[in-house]
Design a protein around this ligand. Sequence first.
Ligand SMILES: [Zn+2]
Length: 307
Amino acid sequence: MNQNRRQRRPPINRERRRQRPPVNRKRIQRQQSRKRYLILTAGIVLVLCIVAIASVIYLRRTNPKSTQPATANPPDSKKATTTPNTLLVNSTHPLPNDYHPDDLVNLYTQEDRHFSLMSADIQVSKPVFTAMNKMFSAATQDGVKGFVITSGYRTRKEQKQLYRTTANGTAAKPGESEHETGLAFDVGAKEYTDFDQSPQFEWISKHCADYGFILRYPKDREDVTGYPFEPWHYRYVGKKAAKAITGKGITLEQYHEEQNNQKEVSTSILVCHPATGEGRVKPDQRSSKSSTTTESYCHYSCQRGNG
Ligand SMILES: [Zn+2]
């Protein structure tokens, strides 16, 4: 029996070997080519997805306004990516956690500086540097030298550290400091401990508005600004706002209030009653259509161009 089995098996195996290999090879080749095709297709799709996502991220970063409605970014917008000069930052208008100005320059590396520096790592926004350098150049020409910049831009981390290490109320809370915008700097005078007693303070108080700066925390305005008198802290707001604020003797908070009131007045319209000639001020176009009764009209006299 054993001998018979041994004799029969080899022919069967030989038969199988002869028949199967050609079929298997073709199948395997087909399967391998399918696999390669699938891997290649998946790879192309993956690369396209990565490119698409990277393009969207790049476009959003380079042109953030395009993804926002036209009404976004008012002057005091908390999420502004490009800092408006008159941005209001205080305890009721804190900056967002991820806020970071994108136009900072290191003052130490700037050529033709007309002021000294307390340290080599002080930064401010570029337009602020341009304006402050012009200002200190004019001071030098007037014979007033010795301005020393002691502080500029601060990161959130630096402001946190400062807030922790100073007496309560001395430094602004993290997120509530103008130093985090890159639009403010602190200045001192060589040979003077009290800056407000120096000729430098006298000069800068008189001329800072001409260069777009304001003394941000004036004397006796703590009830409005939340801070006592800081003769060393200057804030860039642009020439127009600086002249309006300094000229009227108001603060940035009050300037914002004025601006908001003006906006309200400009958006209102005077509607004239066709019969009586009396008019009324309505805040928007929709409400002017809602009523034409004489009772609802206030006693504004209609003038040409109105109504
Ligand atoms: Zn300051």
